[in-house]
Design a protein around this ligand. Sequence first.
Ligand code: PMP
Ligand code: GLN
Length: 379
Amino acid sequence: IPSKLPAGKTSIFSVMSKMANDYNAINLSQGFPNFKTDDHLKDLAYQAMKAGHNQYPPMNGVAGLREQLAAKIESLYGAQYKVESEITITTGATESLFCAISAFVHPGDEVIIFKPAYDSYEPAVKINGGKPVLVQLKGKEFKVDWQEVAEKITSKTRMIIINTPHNPTGTVLEKEDMQQLERLLKDADIILLSDEVYEHIIFDGIEHQSVLRYPKLSERAIACFSFGKTFHNTGWKMGYCVAPETLMKEIWKIHELTTFCTNHPIQHAFAAYLKNPDNYLSLGNFYQQKRDKFLGLVEDTNFKAIPSGGTYYQLLDFSEVTDERDVAFAERLTRDYKLASIPVSVFNIDEKDNKQLRFCFAKTDETLEKAAEFLHRVS
Ligand code: PMP
Ligand code: GLN
């Protein structure tokens, strides 16, 4: 039987995490925190189970959680979304992204994706018969060249996927980027898919440019979010998407076929936990300290960094350390120096053009100190 995804491979996140385990290395590869989920949140989940929320929840999610999210979106981004029809709880942001792409990409449609790109977008487009149109982010600061985007838009362009703060580079879109996007999409029949899973992990006082702040964009946008990133529990696999009703109706058709609904008691736990905005508003400061700690620790190595503007990843340039290709170097670092990272070429960049490794700094200070010690040894 011919493969539907002939170029599909095991995700680099599985590959590097396995390698980290096999070699007993510190794992700064796959993006997840190594500190504890708040006990109070775990208690809330257990209470919800004991209260009997153990059967299927509504397809679009528990009403109380959707209400909390509508209030959060309004207070942060000044946008109003209908609780009943415009917010859907999914199994991680991954499911939101997949449902959005499957709902709108027809065979032959083109989808503009910026590279380096998170690894789930392109295969999801391809499995639906779509054609990814890749636009390279420019320069050391990975900026979008909007002129190039304009040139790549054709009558077949169905969707543009943006991601801010951006995995793996840590760059963030600015107000001017959103205005450019507004201009580009003004009279076009194009859907905007906005991956905002790191909405709260943004640094140096910069404001997250959610698509939801821009009515001319949000009228055609699906925005995807992840509880896992925000509340230190990536293994709970909970996320959500928001979109205008007409778009959400189409997403539901796919959501009903993939998972139908998602974990019931955990939704109640988040509904209660979200009542206290401190539980997420402090996240940017928390991770900024982690970023600064990591940058300080590697400052006098031969790895060079431009500080990450958001996400819990930091790229390190290794051109002064070795001439090796990034995958080979990342493997050697894991095997011989007991430190796992992600080679950035796997985000669809030509290996010979890449000299960067991605390190996840969502780790205890002790882990970061150990990791830096290994980076000193290799430099
Ligand atoms: N988008 C980006 C940019 C990510 O880094 C991740 C990784 N976790 C996801 C989506 C998927 O999120 P989730 O774990 O909630 O499925
Ligand atoms: N988003 C996480 C990362 O970029 C991992 C997600 C996954 O393991 N699929 O590392």
